[in-house]
Design a protein around this ligand. Structure first.
Ligand code: NAP
Length: 246
């Protein structure tokens, strides 16, 4: 039996657990299991890795804290500064960031290349870092919006200078606002300035149409939620563990 799994804490509702268990059933993969390993501290990873593990996903709060515990880092994980996949190969551990690949592939399907002049990233957390790296690698210029000073714009800046929105055709929500059950929440953004020239990407996938996407759609904007990214990052994990591993 090959054991894959997820580390993080707490691990109540895991997309990955459900996704991989269903994948193993659907694809008749009988020799694999996917287990949840709730670690109360990241140091417990050292003990876990002594077990016969084939591959791990990493979630909150360890995506950054796990880095010093790994033998190697993939170049994208290094520049992003966060790991959500661990490959076990030849007795060594290597960290990858599959959010990067999940978002990149999904974005390329979503936006016609020439339509995207510049992007705005809402939020400055862990996911925002992977999104930034994708935009850098795709040569899409971007600015970052935060509630805090010290970034390119605050939400107040955008609401007081709404003409700025015409410069940015891709708006990416990396904040958790609008996630079930708080489905009426959305970033404080000048939605009225959006038009059918805009593309709105929400990393949130539950509900399928967030208040952020709904407000954009009402203005004619094209929209996508985070489900394709989520599935993309899970499949990339599988590829990393298998194609590259053995
Ligand atoms: N679809 C996928 O595959 C995928 C992958 C990764 C993450 N996600 C989703 O992306 C979201 C962010 O994840 P994360 O790991 O980056 O979380 P995080 O590290 O907690 O960061 C979220 C950022 O959003 C902003 N924010 C938080 N609360 C806010 C509020 N009440 N109002 C306005 N802004 C707020 C903050 O930026 P400022 O302090 O700068 O305002 C914060 O740094 C989550 O909903 C997660 O489920 C989806």
């Amino acid at each position: 039996m090959k054991t894959y799994g997820l580390i993080g804490f707490p691990l109540k509702h895991s997309f990955s657990g459900k996704y991989f268990s269903e994948k193993f059933k659907k694809e008749n993969i009988q020799v694999c299991e996917y287990r949840l390993f709730p670690l109360e501290s990241v140091g417990e990873f050292d003990e876990l890795k002594q077990q016969d593990i084939a591959g791990l996903n990493v979630t909150i709060p360890y995506k950054e804290q796990i880095i010093p515990f790994l033998d190697e880092l993939d170049e994208h994980a290094k520049s992003i500064g966060a790991v959500n996949v661990i490959q076990f190969k030849d007795g060594k551990t290597k960290g990858f960031n599959s959010d990067y690949y999940g978002f990149k592939n999904s974005l390329l399907n979503f936006i016609p290349k020439k339509s995207c002049s510049k992007a705005l990233i809402l939020g400055t957390g862990g996911a925002s870092k992977a999104i930034k790296q994708v935009l850098i690698d795709l040569s899409i210029p971007f600015k970052v919006v935060s509630r805090k000073a010290g970034f390119d714009y605050t939400y107040d800046d955008l609401n007081s200078k709404t003409d700025v929105i015409q410069e940015y055709h891709l708006i990416i929500n990396t904040t958790p606002l609008g996630t079930y059950p708080n489905i009426d929440e959305k970033p404080y953004f000048p939605y009225k300035a959006l038009s059918d020239n805009h593309y709105l990407y929400d990393l949130v996938y539950n509900p399928a149409e967030t208040a952020f996407l709904k407000a954009g759609k009402n203005q004619g904007a094209k929209t996508i939620n985070g489900l394709e990214m989520l599935i993309g990052q899970a499949e990339k994990s599988w590829e990393i563990w298998n194609a590259l591993a053995k």
